[in-house]
Design a protein around this ligand. Structure first.
Ligand code: URA
Length: 243
């Protein structure tokens, strides 16, 4: 990839040495055809209440608007439904080639109804800009959970499972060419794995048949800026999947 002056400046601002861009010249990663899909998340019995929500089989038939409406009224996880200001459906281009998936909305996202709007979101926006993208074009950003876990606790597995059909329907409608899982929790949840992030990064994965690349969560990169270069490499690997 040849970088524009603007992209070089953004990379430098992110603390990514510009000479790393030669990683972009690496050959595209081959994913063997017919590689098995990630196992479907199981919904533990009794995990969520009988509020319909994502476990309703009809979710797979919903169009984009109907799905948004269904998500906004979801009562599947009683505590999350009670505590949230609003659901956070996701933001971006419903026909995007890139789908970024984070963990769950935080306080600011819960207030504004949009994912990744805090400091971590600013870094994510910078990463997108470095790729020549922005959240309005060719990118959709979502989370494993559509509701904020109170006190910013980690999502519970049963909450992620209860929310999964919404995300799966989003993926089916968007038909992205690559999914980027942001951080350990998103990666482990999507891949139904307990492997540490270090093992999941760099390995080849698919989710719903779509190539999935695991990288660091932007909030982690704010704490450990020295790993931004590795995140940039992950994004280059993701880019190699685009047609
Ligand atoms: N962290 C996430 O994983 N998602 C958000 O939307 C915000 C912060």
């Amino acid at each position: 990839m040849s970088l524009s002056v603007r992209q070089r400046r953004i990379l430098a601002d992110m603390g990514i040495p510009v000479w790393r861009s030669r990683v972009a010249a690496a050959p595209a990663i081959e994913v063997p055809p017919g590689e098995p899909l990630a196992p479907a998340a199981k919904v533990p019995s009794g995990a969520a209440d009988a509020g319909g929500g994502a476990q309703d089989a009809a979710v797979v038939t919903l169009d984009w608007e109907a799905l948004q409406a269904r998500v906004s009224g979801c009562q599947a996880c009683a505590e999350l439904a009670r505590e949230r200001t609003q659901t956070v459906f996701g933001v971006g281009d419903p026909r995007a080639r890139w789908l970024f998936i984070g963990e769950a909305p935080g306080a600011e996202e819960d207030r504004r109804g949009e994912p990744f709007v805090g400091r971590a979101g600013q870094l994510l926006d910078n990463m997108l800009r470095a790729l020549g993208l922005d959240r309005g074009h060719d990118v959709f950003i979502a989370n494993v959970l559509k509701c904020r876990p109170p006190g910013n606790r980690d999502p519970k597995p049963e909450e992620a499972a209860a929310c999964r059909a919404y995300l799966d329907r989003q993926i089916a409608l968007i038909q992205p060419q690559v999914i980027v899982a942001l951080g350990r929790i998103a990666a482990q949840s999507l891949l139904a794995s307990e492997e540490p992030l270090g093992r999941l990064r760099g390995a080849q994965h698919r989710y719903q048949g779509v190539p999935l690349v695991v990288t660091y969560h932007p909030a982690y990169l704010l704490r450990k800026p020295g790993d931004k270069g590795k995140a940039w490499q992950d994004l280059q690997r993701a880019r190699a999947f685009l047609e």
